[in-house]
Design a protein around this ligand. Structure first.
Ligand SMILES: C[S@@+](CC[C@H](N)C(=O)[O-])C[C@H]1O[C@@H](n2cnc3c(N)ncnc32)[C@H](O)[C@@H]1O
Length: 364
């Protein structure tokens, strides 16, 4: 359709209506057809829609991984700004009281009823306005994506239990679990990156969490001194982030490479091996990532099932949402253990980031 392109330079941030919503982005090179009568905006829209801004390998892969019926919604979600969502910190307030406080302050929020204590920000309030509120600084709520709220709900921590959070910073899920546990029992939160340890400690303090001990360590080796010690383990693993791609934020895709996916796969294998060794028999592990890459999801669970043969059982999710999809049966010619299909895939859409969540019981 467009074959004679010349690059034009855009040096400032631009504001374009794409798919009915304005998006902001800095586009260093935009290719436009000199001879065509296409308007600049429609060239731009085409450019966004055909995903040519993504690394070519990633573009190809996504078309293979994402089932055809979800492709339209996944690919158009890349250029949408999802509404800001937040979770009440029930250690400091109740969802009802928080809603009243928002109302008095002129902040429009709407309960997201399928998840406990979750809200969507509506109307004109910006995230900047939200985070400058006194009740934000005091930790009455936590800004967190809907997908990110799911792994702790899959883990179902109970008051009094001993929980291990393998890769914890910045602490969205640690603070959520502490709130569910009413700040009782104990959470051991591991993090290898010192700067992120500070971030985690700061968030725990703001949220008023006291049942959590932070350990700066490489979680791959934690099992050596902590075998079968924990009732439940959350492994919200570092990943390539394919579920968080946003056109307006190149840092979400420019670092992506097949090599990085492979590196993550081996890191995740070491982490899940350590996590399962830390878990007491009868205990529960939740493995989650924010990527769509099967190498980092189904293949990691498949590895664990082989490594701990006969000692693990994949469980059904404890809750369901209409956008939950079963995990893949196979990818790139590799067939996964049949039970892996009980894990949940969430394909990115206008509300949810792409996620993968699996609940694994260590048999007694
Ligand atoms: C996906 S983020 C975790 C997000 C966190 N669970 C939350 O909900 O806020 C992964 C974290 O794992 C940390 N990490 C990476 N490799 C690690 C390792 N070997 N041991 C411990 N932490 C690690 C990263 O620094 C990063 O903070």
């Amino acid at each position: 359709m467009i074959d004679t392109f010349v690059p034009i330079k855009l040096l400032s941030r631009v504001d374009f209506p794409v798919f009915g919503r304005p998006i902001k982005a800095t586009i260093p090179d935009l290719f436009i057809d000199v001879d065509s009568r296409l308007t600049y905006a429609s060239c731009y829209s085409l450019f966004v829609k055909n995903l040519s801004w993504l690394p070519p390998d990633l573009r190809q892969r996504l078309k293979t991984i994402v089932p055809k019926v979800y492709q339209e919604s996944v690919f158009s979600s890349f250029s949408l700004e999802r509404p800001t969502t937040l979770r009440t910190n029930t250690l400091k307030t109740t969802t009802e009281d928080l809603q009243k406080t928002f109302k008095m302050g002129g902040i429009n929020v709407q309960r997201y009823r399928p998840l406990p204590d979750a809200y969507t920000l509506i109307g004109k309030t910006t995230i900047r306005q939200l985070t400058s509120l006194d009740i934000y600084q005091k930790g009455y709520f936590y800004v967190q994506s809907l997908s990110s709220m799911l792994p702790p709900l899959f883990l179902e921590p109970q008051p009094g239990q001993e929980i291990l959070d393998m890769t914890a910073s910045p602490g969205s899920k640690t603070t959520q679990m502490a709130a569910i546990m009413k700040d009782t029992g104990s959470i051991t939160a591991l993090e290898s990156n010192q700067v992120r340890v500070y971030k985690l400690l700061a968030n725990l303090k703001i949220q008023g969490v006291e049942n959590t001990k932070v350990v700066r360590t490489d979680a791959r080796f934690f099992w050596r001194d902590h075998r079968e010690k924990y009732d439940k383990v959350l492994l919200d693993a570092p990943c390539s982030g394919e579920g968080r791609i946003r056109f307006s934020d190149p840092s979400t895709y420019t670092h992506w490479s097949v090599k990085e996916v492979k590196r993550m796969h081996f890191l995740q294998r070491s982490l899940i091996f350590s996590a399962l060794n830390c878990l007491r028999p009868g205990g529960l592990l939740v493995y989650s990532t924010c990527t769509l890459a099967p190498e980092e999801n189904e293949a990691v669970i498949d590895f664990a099932l082989t490594k701990f043969a006969g000692r693990l059982e994949i469980e059904d999710p404890p809750l369901t949402l209409p956008n939950f999809c079963p995990a893949l049966r196979s990818f790139a010619g590799v067939e996964f253990n049949r039970s892996v299909q009980k894990a949940v895939r969430i394909y990115s859409d206008e509300k949810f980031e792409g996620f993968f969540i699996c609940r694994i019981r260590k048999l007694g």
